[in-house]
Design a protein around this ligand. Structure first.
Ligand code: SAH
Ligand code: SF4
Ligand code: F3S
Length: 477
């Protein structure tokens, strides 16, 4: 039992959803003989991490290598997240630390990129004087020029949001890569106006990337040895691309199929699905291709139709349950489902909260990301509703949903016991180099003795033990 408890702690980070503020990654060292050093720290969701790979590509074109030590860097970027207040607080604390170092190393140029740059714009330069560069998510082609401007002592800010930019032609430099899993951004921005959410303001209008550039990126990754791609967008089900002459139109189900056909040994995942937009066609496409993982992240946010309406999610509790039914009917029990939940939204009553708990039981989620509502300035909820649930009640409801989800997750994992799962090996387990870890099609992390296998291979693993976050097994010869 000791091992499985330790594994619990070590693998509790799930890596799929666009969930925001807990994550952080940094650049690693690269030595291609360039003159200058770039250090990027990325916060927030996978889309931000994928954007940092675009930024690294642009900067490498312009004479930079990456470093893992910001003290060695000529240029330091923080690619930031604004999704909840604590995400921004964390970045402010980090900027203070970096500024302390900068006092001893005044030549170092510091830039804030991403969602917080877009939200706060020139405030970061003028009022707070914490940075040299402010660059929003659609400005990364311009990023090396901004560095040049800052180094010449000029104002370096670009927070222009584009209706077209998808960086389709830029090949990302994979950062922190295990050589097996990679992100592919398929669209940018968001046209929904969920009342609590800052993303439409920080990322701008929704636009879909050229389908052929996505397939090409997937093919290139496969050729380089990658075996799993995650297609990223805030609302992948509304992906819609057409060519200039409008003779070719591709929706999300069709895009999934195009990527699945790259190679049967390339696994496909995607995030995030929106309950109002996920179609049966998408679910049937998942069923049709073995390499499209049987796993759907379907954020519910609340189980109460009244709260969903205030959140402007544009679906009801019944609609959401119908989507769960469709997934279970078409894919059987053989589909992992996870969700996002916000607790303590404006005016949420005890009854609303109970409805969320019963929705969790109904959907039987494998995993859930659970957040206390954090009011974001200038969002529709901040303008029209009152953040009136006291912090203690938010906390209590949050721990009630967490307790319930832990119980459900363990029950769900127990159904995997004594079964054989096809696992893609992603690398060493965090605890020991004698063990590998990888994932099942349902996005469950499995840890097993490595024997003579290599990362990037598929193996059949018999699972014999589980915890709420991890399965433990043994490769079958
Ligand atoms: N596009 C995705 C979500 C992106 S943000 C979707 O529509 O599902 C990731 C999650 O953060 C959201 O699903 C939501 O649960 C949470 N979130 C967003 N804004 C929040 C806020 N103001 N307070 C607390 N949680 C929030
Ligand atoms: Fe935010 Fe809603 Fe868009 Fe998701 S769909 S990014 S929650 S506005
Ligand atoms: Fe992502 Fe955070 Fe921006 S969740 S889209 S980095 S606000």
């Amino acid at each position: 039992m000791q091992l499985i408890e330790e594994l619990n702690v070590l693998t509790s980070e799930h890596n799929h959803a666009l969930h925001g503020d807990e994550n952080k990654t940094t650049t690693q060292d690269s030595f291609t003989g360039k003159n200058r050093k770039l250090y990027i720290e990325s916060y927030g969701c996978q889309m931000n991490f994928a954007d940092s790979e675009i930024v690294a590509a642009v900067m490498m074109e312009n004479g930079y290598d990456t470093t893992s030590d910001f003290k060695q860097a000529d240029v330091v970027f923080l690619n930031t997240c604004s999704i909840r207040d604590n995400a921004e607080q964390r970045i402010r604390a980090r900027l203070k630390q970096i500024n302390a170092i900068k006092r001893e190393k005044p030549d170092m140029t510091v830039g804030v990129l991403g969602c917080m740059a877009e939200r706060l714009k020139s405030k970061l330069l003028d009022e707070e004087k914490m940075v040299d560069i402010v660059a929003g998510p659609d400005s990364y082609r311009d990023i090396a020029n901004l560095v040049g401007e800052a180094e010449d002592g000029n104002r370096a800010i670009n927070v222009y949001l584009s209706r077209e930019e998808t960086y389709a032609d830029i090949t990302p430099i994979r950062l922190n890569s295990n050589g097996v899993n990679a992100f592919i951004t398929i669209m940018r921005g968001c046209d929904n106006m969920c009342s609590f959410c800052v993303v439409p303001f920080t990322r701008g209008r929704e636009r879909s990337r050229d389908a052929h550039s996505i397939v090409k990126e997937a093919q290139d990754l496969f050729d380089k040895g990658y075996r799993e791609v995650m297609l990223l967008g805030q609302n992948v089900d509304s992906y819609k691309w057409e060519n200039d002459s409008k003779t070719e139109k591709v929706n999300f189900a069709q895009l999934l199929e195009m990527v699945a056909l790259v190679n049967p040994d390339l696994r496909i995942r995607f995030s995030t699905s929106h309950p109002k937009d996920i179609t049966d066609e998408v679910i049937y496409t998942i069923k049709k291709y073995e390499n499209i993982c049987n796993y759907i992240h379907l954020p519910v946010q609340s189980g109460s139709s009244r709260i969903l309406d205030l959140m402007n999610r544009t679906y009801t509790k019944e609609w959401y349950m119908n989507r769960i039914d469709s997934i279970r009917n078409i894919l059987g029990a053989d589909c992992g489902i996870s969700t996002d939940i916000i607790t303590g939204f404006c005016s949420e009553t005890e009854e609303d909260h109970q409805e969320t708990l019963s929705m969790m039981k109904y959907a039987n989620y494998d995993y859930a990301y659970m957040f206390s509502y954090s009011e974001r300035p200038n969002t529709p909820a901040a303008k029209k509703l009152v953040d009136n649930i006291p912090e203690v009640i938010k906390k209590r409801r949050h721990s009630e949903i967490m307790d319930l989800q832990n119980k459900i997750s363990i029950e769900r994992n127990q159904t995997d016991l004594n079964k054989i799962h096809k696992v893609l090996i992603e690398g060493y387990s965090k605890r020991s180099n004698d063990y590998f870890q990888g994932k099942t099609t349902h996005n469950k992390v499995v840890v097993f003795p490595k024997e003579n296998y290599q990362k990037g291979q598929y193996v059949n693993v018999l699972v014999h033990e589980c915890s709420k976050a991890t399965l433990l097994g043994k490769i079958l010869a």
